[in-house]
Design a protein around this ligand. Sequence first.
Ligand SMILES: [Mn+2]
Length: 397
Amino acid sequence: MSPLKKTIPEFLTHLKSLPISKIATNSVLTICVGNESADMDSIASAITFSYCQYIYNEISNSEEKEKNGLNIPIIDIPREDLNLRRDVIYVLEKLKITEEELFFIEDLKSLKEHVPYGTKVNSYLVDNNDTPKNLKNYIDNVIGIIDHHFDVKKHIDAEPRIVKVSGSCSSLVFNYWYEKLQGDREVVMNIAPLLMGAFLIDTSNMERKVESSDKLAIKRCQDVLDHAANEVSAQGLQDTRVFYKEMKSRKNDIKGFSVSDILKKDYKQFNFQGKGTKGLEIGLSSIVKRMSWLFNEHDGEAEFIKQCKKFQTERGLNVLVLLTSWRKAGDSHRELVMLGDPNVLCKLIDRVSEKLQLQKFSGKLEEGVAMFKQLNVEATRKQVVPYLEEAYSKLEG
Ligand SMILES: [Mn+2]
């Protein structure tokens, strides 16, 4: 076996200990970022990518090492918002990674302030194929992409540029590095909890959206875990059912959160371009409880909607969309709620209604609120966003 390599927490501590001159070399600071929802998959993908790059550099010759350099995994939210992601916290605890060892938007800002004048920020994007809007002002070049979202065909020269259907992006990141590192057993052991965490959440414990990339990654990972059944680091991962249940119950635990916390916990914002000159600023929150639960917990429908409108104003949104999903007796359920200008809502709904099989159950469209059951339960935000964007792109005026 090769000499012991750094674990992920050791790698992160190492990064935090380095002087800025070692982090930004040759006038370049390289980072790796997931998407702004900062869910399990995005965080797992970014940490895995940066960690594997580091290990790869360590075993490469000095020329190669110099060429690749380090990259810093950035989580695209403010530090204080990590606590809203209880499933992520659970997996990080398993890995003995603490919040202080991670890098958030503030950390990128601080790094950028401290690098020598003229330093460029190059970024790898994972779980995302266009520069996240929160970080637009910090990133100069996109140099590599691994993602499983709709391909917006930007950054065509990125290397690697892997954009394909996969249950979780972490599977694609894992496979990419598994091949480059020739299946290094120790590295697989170290990243296994991140891969398993993201994969199990994204595929609902392998019941939905499992693609060939996921099957390959899990097989590779399980083969290593099976051979290490007695090792501490492999424990708790063999029984995926238990691991999934633990994560899921934490992910679904949003009791006690404010409405604003619920809305920003799994949130993405876009600017859609239409035929007119004006773009549409649209925010989409994925929520793990149904609307009736939210109304109950937050002083009724009127008060909940009032808080949503406040959030909408604070973020300068023309449209706010809530996508709720939950499971009951083994069946999936979804709702889609839209807030915004009645005229725009009406046209958008008209154009996506059939694809999403929307069935109105509450809200007054003339007051700018419409609530639907979404009978097409397979469509997650990954599909809803391009549907709405296409609908908006065809609107007149
Ligand atoms: Mn993802």
